[in-house]
Design a protein around this ligand. Sequence first.
Ligand code: SF4
Length: 365
Amino acid sequence: MKLTADETVRAAEFFTQAITRLATRPVRIMEVCGTHTVAIFRNGIRQLLPPAVELVSGPGCPVCVTPNEYLDKAIAYSRQPNVIITTFGDMLKVPGSQSTLMAERAQGADIRIIYSPLDSLQIASDNPEKSVIFLAVGFETTAPTAAAVILQAERQPITNFFVLSSHKLVPPAVRALLAADDIRVDGFLLPGHTAVISGLAPYLFIAGEYQVPSVVTGFEALDILQGIYMLLKQITAGTAELDNQYRRVVKPEGNEAARNILEQVYQPAAAVWRGLGEIPNSGLALRQQYAGFNAEVKLPLPPLLTREPAGCRCGDVLCGKIEPASCPHFAQGCTPEHPVGACMVSVEGACAAWFRYGQGRWNYA
Ligand code: SF4
């Protein structure tokens, strides 16, 4: 049911007042997902909340958590003859150890921005003499589409299409945050779009094992306010459950068809996250049966020297340890035009959101 503008304002007032009544002590809430971070800033939600409620960003921006090693591999591939790199646009400006895909493209590398992984198959079909490598970065939301494209490539068949996979799963990263001694979170706003695929079960451990409240939440301003309200209710009652604010979209069982495609092509594997390091079973590796589409198997690279950007605190931002403005580069050497780290590049990056919407002090948009 669509609310009128007046009804929306009244609902926002209701949730804001209820949150304020419930916030009788300082609480730290992590919005795990970068889409939530941006929605929170764009809708001015931080300004609506009482000072006792602190929102911190988490590791839910796929471009941000992709370590430099991956960027360096992509750049190394782009420098090879007869290789076409296909990627979503937000990877272009992410700094690798020494270069960016954008800089490589300016120097002649064949790097093409796509809007769907399917575009990569068409490019591969149109360029049979070249190797087309798709940069597969994303969470549960996007990985099934990449898996479906691999299945289609197998059916056609297309033999010059490869994937450089950095797909990741959100629940193991939340577990890593909970297991860390130096990160305190009183409640999690969980990403609705990944739960659409995974269902609720992978998140039950947050309450079951760690006794921390969590709410799967949608992306409208009212969704987020209601999600915070639902967390505050649990926190003040001293309970811990997994709640679902986004029931109109997220079913408890998730999307079984999408999961089946995913499980057919990929298997869980250890993956390195910027800020969190290597987390067991947090990545998706191509199954042996699909190794023919694995760029790292079919087109192996020599060992690369890789390093993170000097002074960049992106890892700490992604764990909720610091706010972006605490980084010495923020709005000084690091801006969306000239990013030092990945968190300033992606539209879902916390540093970029702080820069664009940061209480008007660094108004960029
Ligand atoms: S402001 Fe720039 S340098 Fe600092 S943490 Fe963010 S991305 Fe890294």
